[in-house]
Design a protein around this ligand. Structure first.
Ligand SMILES: [Zn+2]
Length: 328
């Protein structure tokens, strides 16, 4: 009822409405929540009868003691406990409350970030954020595996006395999905943590506007053979995670006193970062940037990231000027 209440309020929010809640199906995002922390007990130093330390365990009402593997230390006062089952694996999330000191506001260093198709993202200092080749090929294998399991699923009988095969295969597909999304999440978590530690303000393109203005970017001006292949790989494996990555980055930056600033993406890929000349001819192909006026050459994504940094600077300077005016 609590979840439904929240879903309805969020769906009916005029300013930023979310999807209207759908009826639930058995087996789809199954979870149960224990809202009363007094019912939960956590035993971190459980021992067997010979006195050896065994896995920590948690007491769940109606279930009893369950062994758990902790993914991190539990700090603070336990508030909510939620048990979920995803692709046959059970997880328990423990929500806690602690006092966190307000982080000191940081305004430097600053950097521009361009979300790309060939590289996952490029920074204005020239760094490319991309999974290691080994990890990328593991992701590719996981994706092939997923396709294979999905194809097998499509050949299984859905109904009738033999539908057990279908159910089993469905679980295999779900596991393959999980595996791939775990790899993706791992990359996003590590990359966003590293960035939030080294940067204070990160400027990015506003994705909502970007989708409208630059949707044809990879295909329209990509004559290279490998580019298309690579971009296809990337699109399926990583690009669907841009939103996830950015929200992780945003919250991690905020926790350390920095922030994520969205800027208008217009012309960021066609402007020369050295002289400011705007022309589509500056981009002879997907990967290179060469200014037709000043002959400045750079990698196209690095050039775009530099423009994003500059646009962000301009925007921040503007809003600061406005606030000081109104203060005066
Ligand atoms: Zn130029």
């Amino acid at each position: 009822m609590k979840n439904l209440d929240r879903a309805l309020w969020e769906a009916l929010d005029r300013r930023n409405p979310k999807r209207f809640p759908r009826f639930r199906r058995k087996g789809e995002g199954d979870s149960l929540r224990y809202p009363d922390p007094l019912q939960i007990r956590l035993d971190l130093s459980a021992r067997d009868k010979d006195g050896r330390i065994v896995l920590p365990r948690i007491f769940l009402p109606k279930v009893g003691w369950v062994k758990v593997r902790l993914s991190r230390q539990i700090a603070g006062e336990i508030k909510n406990t939620t048990v979920t089952c995803k692709a046959g694996r059970w997880a328990v999330s423990i929500q806690t409350e602690t006092d966190v000191p307000e982080p000191e506001r940081r305004t430097s260093p600053e950097i521009g970030l361009d979300l790309g198709v060939v590289s996952f993202a490029t920074l204005s200092d020239g760094t490319r954020l991309h999974p290691d080749p080994a990890i990328l090929s593991a992701m590719k294998r996981a994706e092939d595996r997923l396709r294979w399991e999905q194809r097998k699923l499509s050949r299984k009988c859905r109904k009738g006395p033999k539908s057990r095969n279908f159910a089993q295969q469905k679980l295999r597909v779900a596991r393959a999905h999980e595996k791939l999304s775990d790899m993706r999440r791992d990359f996003f978590q590590k990359t966003s943590t590293a960035m939030s530690e080294t940067q204070a303000v990160v400027y990015i393109e506003d994705l909502k506007i970007r989708n409208m203005t630059r949707s044809a970017r990879g295909t329209k001006d990509a004559p290279g053979k490998n580019v298309r292949q690579k971009s296809g790989l990337n699109r399926s494996i990583l690009s669907q995670g841009w939103g996830t990555f950015l929200s992780l980055l945003e919250s991690k930056l905020a926790r350390r006193g920095g922030r994520l600033v969205r800027v208008d993406p217009r012309n960021t890929s066609r402007t020369c970062a050295a002289c400011g000349h705007v022309s589509p001819e500056n981009r002879p192909d997907q990967a290179t940037f060469r200014c037709v006026v000043c002959d400045h050459a750079d990698h196209a994504d690095v050039n775009a990231a530099k423009n994003i940094l500059r646009a962000g600077h301009a925007r921040c300077a503007c809003s600061e000027a406005k606030t000081s005016e109104s203060a005066a």
